[in-house]
Each structure stands twice: as structure tokens, then as C-alpha cells.
Design a binder for this molecule. Structure first.
Ligand SMILES: NC(=O)c1ccc[n+]([C@@H]2O[C@H](COP(=O)([O-])OP(=O)(O)OC[C@H]3O[C@@H](n4cnc5c(N)ncnc54)[C@H](OP(=O)(O)O)[C@@H]3O)[C@@H](O)[C@H]2O)c1
Length: 239
């Protein structure tokens, strides 16, 4: 045990669950399995607990303000602090594969509601508890699809407008959170996990074990680690 508390949102499956598993198993964290669905979240926490890991379910839905407030109260009551927040919950809707100019406003709104506004709402709500940590780490699960540089070069395989724009916005917000933490021991960074095979990506080429690595590295950065960067597998991803 390292006596540190990490909350991973969208941790009932995929990259989020694997990130929570590795942080508990390999780094000794107490992990809070953030999930919007109680049964799915509890099942995931039970899976980790049955492997001897220190995992607890935390009900939190990033698009539901009341659930975020309840989650903050719960974490404050249980621990009084949060050391690491991994904003992992994210979505890519089928309607996002329309030609860019034809993507509906509804698809844009729903995607931004979770990937951008929900991410900010969770970050904002947990900011005071993170600031109680001796060295808080904020990890935003972004995507190389949100890289303006890579998209402008035409090197990216997909162009789902809402997903790409939402991750670009997430990247900008990560820079600003990091700047707010300048001259503090805290760090905020964005991760590209890779093209990971999950329920959310049936075309993934790498395992969740591998896909979780970048987020884990950023969640466990030492004091000499970067603040305000965008990374994949130890390399800088261009903004
Ligand atoms: N897989 C990839 O190749 C890849 C690449 C780049 C970036 N990413 C990013 O990595 C993160 C995790 O992706 P993944 O592939 O592991 O996805 P996943 O298996 O589909 O899991 C997504 C998680 O987000 C939650 N979620 C989805 N919609 C939600 C909503 N409206 N409100 C609250 N929670 C919601 C899901 O909860 P439910 O189970 O309740 O739906 C689940 O816990 C995402 O942010 C994604 O954009 C993934």
C-alpha cells in the first residue's frame, strides 16, 4: 500500500478498469472505481477485490452534477483527500462517423457533454481534495485524434468530428489546469492510450494492459516529471 487514493472515472470496463487494476496491483493505490451504473461499477470493484486489491466502487456520472457532488462528499468522508484523478470516461457515438459537416448538433452536444463538460465538472469538483495531496496527479485520457498537428497533416486514420474536437478541447483544458498548478507539487497531463481493443473500439490493435500504460505513467510521475504535456508510451504527442 502506498496510502494514496486514486479515482478513475468510467472504470467499470476497458482502459479505465485496467488502469485501476494496475494502479492497485503494481503501485499500491487504493482505487475508486468510478462508474455511472451501480451494478457494473460494483462488479468491477468486486473483481479487483477478489484479486486481493484495495478497490472500492464510487458512483459518479460526469454528466450528472448531483452525482459528482455526492461523489465528492463520499470521498471527503471516506478519505478527506484525493491524490490522483484519471478522467477516463469518454464516448464516441456512431453518428460521429458521418462526413464532418454532416455530424449532427445532437452528436456534438452529447459528446462534449461527457468528454469536455463532464471532464471539467469532475475536475473542478475534486480540485479542492486534489490540492490537499502532497503531490496530486491529474490524467486526462485524451486521444491522438485530438491532435490538431496530426489531423492537419492528414496522418490520422479517422475523422469523427465530435470526438476529435472534444479531445482537442480536453487537451487545451489540460494545459490550463497544468498552468494553474505551476509552482505547486501537482501535475496535470494528457494521455493518448494507443489504438486499444475495447467495447468502445472494436478496431483496436493493442490490449488494455498495454493501453493503460501511458495513463499509469502519468498517474505515478515523480516530482521531476512533466506538467502540462501530451504523451503516448513515453513520447510526446504533438498538440
Ligand atoms: N480504445 C481506444 O483505442 C482509445 C483511443 C484513444 C482514446 N481513448 C479514450 O480512452 C477512454 C476509455 O476508452 P475505452 O476504449 O476504454 O472505452 P469503453 O470501453 O467504451 O469504456 C468507456 C467508459 O466510459 C463510460 N461512459 C461512456 N459513456 C458515458 C456517459 N454518457 N456517462 C458516463 N460514463 C460513460 C462507460 O461506462 P458504461 O459502461 O456505463 O457505458 C465506460 O466506463 C475514453 O475517454 C476514450 O475516448 C480510447
Amino acid at each position: 500500500m502506498n496510502n494514496k487514493i486514486v479515482l478513475v472515472t468510467g472504470a467499470n470496463k476497458g482502459i479505465g478498469l485496467e488502469t485501476a487494476r494496475q494502479l492497485a496491483r503494481d503501485h499500491g493505490f487504493t482505487v475508486l472505481i468510478g462508474a455511472r451504473d451501480e451494478a457494473r461499477g460494483q462488479d468491477a470493484a468486486d473483481e479487483l477485490k477478489s484479486a486481493g486489491l484495495d478497490a472500492q466502487f464510487l458512483h459518479i456520472s460526469p454528466t450528472d452534477t448531483a452525482s459528482i457532488a455526492d461523489a465528492v462528499r463520499e470521498v471527503e468522508a471516506r478519505f478527506g483527500i484525493l491524490d490522483v484523478l484519471v478522467n477516463n470516461a469518454g464516448m464516441l457515438l456512431p453518428g460521429d462517423f458521418a462526413p464532418p459537416a454532416q455530424v449532427s448538433i445532437e452528436v456534438l452536444r452529447e459528446t462534449f457533454d461527457l468528454n469536455v463538460f463532464g471532464m471539467h465538472a469532475v475536475t473542478q469538483a475534486f480540485w479542492p481534495l486534489l490540492n490537499r495531496s502532497s503531490a496530486a496527479r491529474l490524467v486526462n485520457m485524451s486521444s491522438s485524434l485530438g491532435s490538431l498537428t496530426l489531423q492537419a497533416s492528414g496522418s490520422q486514420p479517422m475523422q469523427p468530428l465530435a470526438m476529435d474536437a472534444s479531445k482537442a478541447a480536453m487537451n487545451m483544458m489540460t494545459i490550463h489546469y497544468a498552468q494553474q498548478w505551476n509552482e505547486t507539487p501537482h501535475k496535470a497531463n494528457a494521455a493518448h492510450p494507443g489504438n486499444v481493443l475495447t467495447e468502445g473500439n472494436s478496431h483496436g490493435e493493442i490490449s488494455v494492459q498495454e493501453g493503460a500504460r501511458t495513463g499509469i505513467t502519468l498517474a505515478t510521475l515523480g516530482e521531476d516529471g512533466p506538467n502540462g504535456g501530451f504523451f503516448h508510451a513515453g513520447e510526446v504527442v504533438p498538440w
